[in-house]
Ligand binder design. Structure first.
Ligand code: PEP
Ligand code: MN
Length: 263
């Protein structure tokens, strides 16, 4: 179902007023984790001001260490919904299991399935029936075929509103957190009709490299970007080193506009 053989034309995934896979590069941005109402409302106000139509923010965080901040869970989702009401940004946030999926589908606009759950097949089946568009991240050790088969699970269970997200894979390189697989953009676009977005933040692991990787993603033909931004990255409870501050995010928006017009 996700193959071009089945559907030769590009799919456009419409989420409210936003179209993924159309002419525009869609930017999504926000903190790794929802940490407080103040942090979130400041961020939402900024996103509205600079024209970012979709805000991200994790309420359920799949952290590597059990001692790291695990997220505000349902309270976080309610704050995201409040930010949408106040600032008119759409919300994308991660579901990590069946219970959080039901809550995310109720409160958010796009359900994110993270790299660590890309092959959680029972969860993917439920995502197929959740009634919301999905942002499906590539697993950090997944091949493109495995990633497309994960999308196929969601499609086969009733949901073709899938946006694929390349977020970097594990290689022998250790300078970056992951290696952004830019090739995935043209390869996936040849194999599938689904839109593809780039997450340079989790690939880079360092905020200084986010802008050049975002540029590269757009130049390669990505349909969008998802960027971690924090009002004060030094104080972030999760992924601070790779988070842009507002000034750098504003610069990224200008640069992306330039690259998008140039290609
Ligand atoms: C995230 O978006 O904060 C996240 C956990 O991403 P990934 O699943 O790509 O690691
Ligand atoms: Mn993160």
């Amino acid at each position: 179902l996700v193959s071009r053989d089945f559907h030769p034309d590009d799919s456009v995934i419409q989420v409210g007023p936003v179209a993924f896979g159309g002419d525009k590069v869609i930017v999504m941005s926000g903190p790794c984790a929802v940490e407080s109402r103040e942090q979130l409302m400041m961020t939402a106000e900024f996103m509205q001001r600079v024209g970012v139509p979709v805000m991200r923010g994790g309420a359920y965080k799949p952290r590597t260490s059990p001692y790291s901040f695990q997220g505000m869970r349902l309270d976080g989702l309610k704050m995201l919904a409040e930010a949408r009401e106040r600032y008119g940004v759409l919300i994308v946030t991660e579901a990590v299991d069946h219970e959080s999926l039901a809550n995310v589908a109720e409160w958010a606009d796009i359900v994110q399935i993270g790299a660590r759950n890309m092959q959680n097949f029972e969860l993917l089946k439920a995502v197929g029936q959740c009634g919301r568009p999905v942002l499906l991240k590539r697993g950090m050790a997944a091949t493109i075929d495995e990633w497309l088969l994960a999308a196929e699970y969601i499609a086969a269970h009733g949901n073709l509103n899938i946006i694929l997200c390349e977020r970097g894979i594990r290689t022998y390189e250790t300078k970056t957190r992951n290696t952004l697989d830019i090739s995935a953009v043209p390869v996936v676009k040849q194999l599938s009709h689904l839109p593809v977005v780039i997450d340079p933040s989790h690939a880079a692991g360092q905020w200084q490299w986010v802008l050049p990787l975002a540029r590269a993603g757009v130049a390669a033909g990505a349909d969008g970007l998802i960027i971690e931004t924090h009002p004060n990255p030094a104080e972030a409870l999760s992924d601070g080193p790779q988070s842009l501050n507002f000034r750098h995010m504003e610069e990224l928006m200008e640069e992306v506009g330039r690259v998008a017009r140039a290609v």
